[in-house]
Design a protein around this ligand. Structure first.
Ligand code: PLP
Length: 220
């Protein structure tokens, strides 16, 4: 299947359920991104700052770039001028820096909080206690150049569908609970969960954004 065909199929499948497609183009060349763009795909996900900025520079400026990988505070400045959404925010320290860079660039930077839902110990993200402390902190409320628009999570890398479903369902529950804690810069409208191998389960459990790499661009 061509990239063009894959985009068409995903857009049709997701559009019917009001779920957004994030085409994860990490490690694939700009030519592949352009091919997907020409097929009508506007949102692309990258996990590395350097790779995202390089592609941003050579590709059409109406592409929306989402950062989906772990972000170091010293690299926020490189993406702050153009990033559309940062999916992987997992500390107040990082939010402080994003807010600072948002102010420098005279814009509000949309963010998702990454929540740890998997069994593996290597995955980044906040646990539930840290999340509720962060959401309710007064410092967060003073950050006027960020907007938290929802949550992101990755399920365990397992073939056990019940386990994956349980983890996504748990994230959905947290998302719903946080709707009662919204404030001026915290809204719960996006739930980023699901990748090539588990996006169908994620959508059944209420995902509003899926991050698809392999199933669009092929193996990395
Ligand atoms: C690479 C990546 C994806 C896409 O994974 P595929 O299995 O290729 O669809 C999604 N989310 C994150 C955070 C990733 O790093």
């Amino acid at each position: 299947m061509s990239i063009k065909n894959n985009i068409a199929i995903f857009q049709q499948e997701l559009g019917a359920k009001n779920c957004k497609l994030i085409a994860v183009s990490k490690t694939h060349p700009s030519e592949s991104v352009k091919e997907a763009y020409d097929a009508g795909q506007m949102i692309f996900g990258e996990n590395k700052v350097q790779e995202m900025t390089s592609k941003y520079e050579v590709l059409p400026k109406d592409i929306q770039w989402h950062l989906i990988g772990h972000l170091q505070t010293n690299k926020v400045k490189y993406i702050a001028p153009f990033v559309s959404l940062i999916h992987s925010v997992d500390s107040l320290k990082l939010l402080e820096e994003i807010n600072k860079q948002g102010e420098k660039n005279d814009r509000i930077i949309p963010c998702l909080l990454q929540i740890f839902i998997a069994q593996e110990e290597t995955k980044f993200g906040l646990d539930e206690v840290e999340l509720f402390l962060l959401i309710q902190s007064d410092i967060l409320k003073s950050y006027s150049h960020i907007r938290i628009e929802g949550l992101m999570g990755m399920a365990s890398l397992t073939g056990d569908e019940n386990q994956i479903r349980k983890e996504f369902r748990n994230l959905r529950r947290i998302f719903d609970e946080l709707k009662t804690k919204e404030s001026s810069n915290v809204q719960m409208k996006e739930l980023s969960m699901g990748m090539s191998s588990d996006y169908k389960i994620a959508m059944e459990e209420g995902s509003t954004m899926v991050r698809i790499g392999t199933a669009i661009f092929g193996k990395r």
